[in-house]
Design a protein around this ligand. Sequence first.
Ligand code: 13P
Ligand code: SF4
Length: 301
Amino acid sequence: MTLSDDILKLKKEKKAIILAHNYQRPEIQDIADYVGDSIELSRRAMEEKDARIILFSAVDFMAENAVILNPDKKVLLPSEGARCPMAQMLTVDELRRWKRKYPKLPVVLYVNTLAEVKAECDICCTSANVIKIVNAVDSDALLFGPDRNLALYAAKHTNKRIIPVPERGFCPTHVLFQKADIDFWKTKYPDAPVIVHPECTPEVQSAADYVGSTSQMCQYAQRLDAKRFIIGTESGLIHRLKKENPNKEFILAYDGAICPNMKLNTMERLYLALKEEKHRVTVPKPIAEKARKALDKMLSV
Ligand code: 13P
Ligand code: SF4
């Protein structure tokens, strides 16, 4: 029996399902029940009825969303310490300081935030729906956090005045892409469309043909009749892109774009977490109830 057979057997015995983010290692994506971007994973977790355990192969805030949206399930993270560093960049204290400075402005938070911070906002968004959500907010100006690049993307595509909180929140993996990387590959393959994530810098976004969430990037690559694409996001997406488009080539514009936290999850850790039912993710009820309102509002837009 291989390790993947062992995990699948255990999964059945424990009445578990495995949800994996698009950045997970190829072997994890291959055994998952569902692979997706953050909003798809939230919806999938919320709709889960039969399973007793959700083994959430991703990082902390995504697993927290599952707990908030489906509190009856036991949600496990395969690896201890799989935290999104961007989510750590906005604390409750810092957000409250900004709210005191701009008491009239609504607060939109990227789902890449901790539950206790989400509990302080008016509505959440993801990279898949940020423009829609920002447009739906009934105010010309708003506070937005924690990703400055996503805030600038939203400002560019709406008529709103967006104040990034904190001033310089960022994803340490996506800011590794430089415009020079895109220029290099474009010179080599001028016909290759460039697809990037909105956590990349505005310079990189401006050099792209399409900017979207990880699953939207996959949908765009499937739709477009090109034989080669230049990709600007975490390396894990390349596996799904290749699997769904075996006749197309995908070039990661900068091959060091690896999120160490996403990669903390391994097959061995999935197996152990499920076997011992460990690394359970919990959210205190009063926080979960408030954060749920912000997530529900987002899901209803
Ligand atoms: P997606 O929602 O696009 O999958 O993005 C999540 C993320 O963490 C990107 O770095
Ligand atoms: Fe967080 Fe960036 Fe990793 Fe996404 S890729 S989980 S935003 S650090």
